[in-house]
Design a protein around this ligand. Sequence first.
Ligand SMILES: [Zn+2]
Length: 127
Amino acid sequence: MKNYWTKSKVDKLSNMWAKGVPAREIANKLGNVSRNAVIGKANRLGLSKKAKDQDSKKDNKDFSLSSLVADMKGCKWPIGHPGDEDFYFCGKPVIPGKPYCGEHCLIAYRRKDNNQKIKKFFKLNTD
Ligand SMILES: [Zn+2]
């Protein structure tokens, strides 16, 4: 197996891998090689790393947004649309026990019938 990976086999592997051909199928097409050997070779060539990076990039976007929300201490009121360049969270100090600052608490709870309760709540907490 020492000289199994000739340049033409490596080229074929790279091409098929880039097209997303499953490792088992690549192994069948190359012949005399196991699926694991194909994956191992792809790893050494840095091919699988590339594919993985693309996947984690996709995941990271969602992940960073949700972790951003979880980690942030300020108001979680979204300004703009998630995914937009200028999207951000308000970030002002929150009302204790609420996810939003005073201003955004008022907006968030405006539609609910407990307006009175909210007003009372804010009065109690202004000092
Ligand atoms: Zn806010």
